[in-house]
Design a protein around this ligand. Structure first.
Ligand SMILES: NC(=O)c1ccc[n+]([C@@H]2O[C@H](COP(=O)([O-])OP(=O)(O)OC[C@H]3O[C@@H](n4cnc5c(N)ncnc54)[C@H](OP(=O)(O)O)[C@@H]3O)[C@@H](O)[C@H]2O)c1
Length: 318
């Protein structure tokens, strides 16, 4: 078992490993190709490998795979029996006209997960017509009901997360986390005030797409013929176009020898860079199978040197 330097989930008292596991792809056919690129059996193996490595913090959402991700995660938890920390999310869809709809959505998530409590319940994205204060008041109600242990937000700007934090403080509830896109190829949280606000307010920054949806593993580098071409909607994302893939070569050329020096992969270096950046950051890479889960788990239990960290930071242009 890898020795983990555990991290605090904001000021909630909940302790998590420095790396979580995102399970959007578990059961999601449309974007991630569940059923063709990975099966239920792959997921069971990935799940067990994560727990074997001490990674017991899983992130799902009611909209992932139309609820399939929550269902499969719940099955994995029951089949395996080990103790885990579960995060899920409320989707503020335009059809949800009042913050109170969160309480029904929460019940539906609990039912799909087969659990009585969700450890971290997050607002998936801000939505102009659902008032932030009203949403925080309903989240506080969810905490008081015992169905939720801690609350977070996702895709919130620094200003909106400060507002959420202040409103929850009225209920004596800490804002546990803001889950935002953050990777070596997407460093906006360093510029838009979100990382600074997380540090200042003691809020965990949960970094989603930390491998830039597979790009930061290096497997889609130009000329790599061993890897199947990207299928599904990802191939329409500008970052996956071949011209753009070539632009990232200078970064990979800096990362490759550093990875080799630690007997690690480029993907493991990309995750370790985020973990090394700040103790308030917890990346949540997705893994579709045993091999990916084991490789991602190998991103912890060691550390980039300061010099290596700085070299990579410089090569990953802001
Ligand atoms: N809050 C939000 O709005 C939001 C948005 C996006 C994601 N998320 C959360 O963040 C989690 C992670 O983000 P993500 O899934 O978008 O992207 P990611 O973690 O950057 O990339 C995951 C994908 O990369 C590939 N991969 C992962 N590990 C690999 C390895 N070791 N070797 C080779 N390929 C590997 C797999 O896809 P292939 O094998 O197909 O290449 C995998 O599905 C999600 O599961 C979800 O929980 C949240």
């Amino acid at each position: 078992m890898i020795q983990l330097d555990q991290r605090q989930l904001g000021a909630t008292g909940i302790v998590v490993p420095p790396l979580g596991v995102g399970v959007w792809s578990w059961g999601d056919k449309g974007f991630w190709g569940y059923g063709s690129t990975h099966t239920r059996d792959d997921i069971t193996q990935a799940y067990k490998a994560c727990l074997d490595a001490g990674l017991n913090f899983f992130d799902t959402a009611e909209i992932y795979g139309g609820g399939a991700s929550e269902r499969i995660l719940g099955e994995c938890v029951r089949e395996d029996g080990r103790s885990v920390i579960i995060a899920s999310k409320f989707a503020p869809l335009p059809t949800r006209l009042s913050a109170k709809t969160l309480l029904d959505a929460l019940d539906a998530s609990l039912e799909r997960l087969g659990m009585a409590t969700i450890d971290l319940y997050q607002i998936h994205w801000p939505y102009t017509f659902l008032n932030t204060n009203a949403l925080m008041d309903v989240l506080a109600q969810a905490v008081r009901s015992g169905k939720v242990r801690a609350v977070g937000v996702s895709n919130y700007s620094a200003a909106r997360m400060r507002q959420a934090h202040a409103r929850l403080a009225r209920h004596h509830i800490p804002l546990a986390s803001n889950q935002v896109h953050y990777s070596l190829l997407y460093r906006k949280p360093e510029q838009n005030g979100v990382l600074d606000a997380c540090r200042e307010l003691n809020v965990t920054l949960i970094a989603y797409s930390p491998l830039e949806q597979g790009l930061l593993t290096g497997k889609y580098r130009p000329g790599n013929t061993r890897v199947a071409p990207v299928v599904g909607p990802r191939r329409f994302i500008p970052a996956f176009r071949s011209a753009n893939r070539r632009k990232r070569e200078p970064l990979f050329q800096v990362m490759a020898p550093i990875a080799e020096a630690h007997d690690k992969t480029i993907g493991q270096v990309a995750l370790n860079w985020l973990i090394s950046k700040d103790p308030c950051i917890v990346p949540i890479p997705g893994a579709k199978n045993l091999r990916q889960a084991q490789e991602n788990a190998g991103a912890i239990g060691w550390r980039l040197t300061d010099e290596e960290f700085n070299k990579i930071s410089k090569a990953a242009v802001l």
